[in-house]
Design a protein around this ligand. Structure first.
Ligand code: A3P
Length: 371
């Protein structure tokens, strides 16, 4: 601007026009030169974008971490483990570039490697069984990548189509398997047929837990969101003095594992369904994860080296990765203190579930030893 003013004062009118053009041209050339030097510089930042670092694409690893966090959904319910895994899902996973602890350090140029594939394996249930723990533990494996959040494709979003579903999956290399978990699938009538239509080879994982404890856990969760909920007994029984249980209450219905499994066995052979003990997942996470890895045809990489018992949490947590970071426990909504339910109601529910449990043990060929 100073240049334009100077020419305006010093030169006659005919020359002023040419002088002004020269000034504008030189300004334009300076701008081009500046852009070439700072391709993602302050111009973007002054454009009013509230998260300018999200648009940066320089090669520094620190910046990569920053921009990855920009991609994360702001789901306040995610725990440290879930959030960090979700971050991991936004970045590529390089089976052959891991340091044995599943923490990849990919070169930037490989960011787009792999394809989004429909899941080879799905954790289909059960709610409050320990499904998040299984997903977080199995995805340490370098040959597993998983969708971070529950997709609810086969129960609530089926109309959106398989391409929509595939789009929710992380990129995987040929050698890696894709997974997701949506615990409500196990109790949704249409789900087995829909999954078998996608692929009859889909491997299914069900995390089961004593149905009485599961129901109390489920109720505790609902109560935390709806404080004026009727009492557990009011919901669980039609008539408690006669011991008549309300089977239509979801918290009760979900625990009728034998009935739900019958529906799945119409579409999948038993050998294609793996049952994880929710109880043993807490007392022996490495043992349960060894069986999960065998079932998925994976090398046993997730072992007791990965776990430690966190006394404060009262649950197993993942050890600090060798490279960096801190130990990782599941979030506050996993491992809550349960609402106290009186002994009689618990006994009545045990009596109610016993025949269904026995039937379930027979069907799967395993005694889970729920009292
Ligand atoms: P509670 O909160 O009742 O204890 P889901 O992820 O399917 O909702 O299951 C939640 C349950 O996972 C928790 O129920 C908890 O008992 C169980 N769980 C298993 N392993 C766990 C772990 N390592 N950390 C926290 N919770 C775990």
């Amino acid at each position: 601007m100073a240049c334009v003013l100077l020419f305006g004062r010093l030169l006659p009118f005919s020359h002023r026009l040419r002088g002004t053009s020269i000034c504008l041209l030189s300004l334009f050339l300076s701008y081009l030169f500046y852009c070439a030097l700072f391709p993602d510089g302050a111009i973007m930042q002054t454009s009013g974008d509230p998260t300018p670092s999200c648009h940066r694409a320089d090669g520094a690893k620190r910046r990569l971490q920053k921009s990855l966090s920009c991609l994360l959904p702001s789901d306040a319910r995610l725990s440290a483990v879930e959030a960090s895994r979700l971050k991991a899902d936004q970045r590529p996973h390089f089976a052959h570039h891991t340091a044995g602890n599943g923490t990849p350090s990919p070169p930037m140029s490989n960011l787009k490697f792999g394809n989004k594939k429909l899941p080879n394996a799905i954790i289909v249930g059960v709610k409050k069984g320990g499904t998040r723990a299984v997903l977080e533990f199995i995805r340490i494996h370098p040959d597993v990548r998983a969708a971070g959040t529950e997709t609810h494709f086969f129960d609530r979003n089926y109309d959106r189509g398989l391409d929509w579903y595939r789009g929710l999956m992380p990129r995987t290399l040929e050698s890696q398997i894709t997974m997701e978990k949506t615990p409500s699938y196990f109790v949704t009538k249409e789900t087995p047929h829909r999954i078998s239509t996608m692929s009859q080879d889909t491997k299914l994982i069900v995390v089961v837990r004593d149905p009485v404890t599961r129901a109390i856990s489920d109720y505790t969760q609902t109560l935390s969101k709806t404080p004026d909920l009727p009492s557990f007994q009011d919901l669980a029984f039609r008539n408690q003095s006669l011991g008549i249980v309300d089977m239509s209450w979801n918290a009760i219905r979900i625990g009728l594992y034998a009935l739900h499994l019958e529906n799945w066995l119409r579409y999948f052979p038993l050998a294609q369904i793996h049952f994880v003990s929710g109880e043993r997942l807490i007392t022996d996470p490495a043992g349960e994860m060894a069986r999960v890895q065998d079932f998925l045809g994976l090398k046993r990489i997730v072992t007791d080296k990965h776990f430690y018992f966190n006394r404060t949490k009262g649950f197993p947590c993942l050890k600090k990765p060798e490279s960096s970071g801190s130990p990782r426990c599941l979030g506050k909504s996993k491992g809550r203190t349960h609402v106290q339910i009186d002994r009689d109601a618990i006994e009545q529910l045990r009596d109610f579930y016993r025949p269904y449990n026995v039937k379930f043990y027979e069907m799967v060929g395993h005694d889970f030893k729920w009292e």
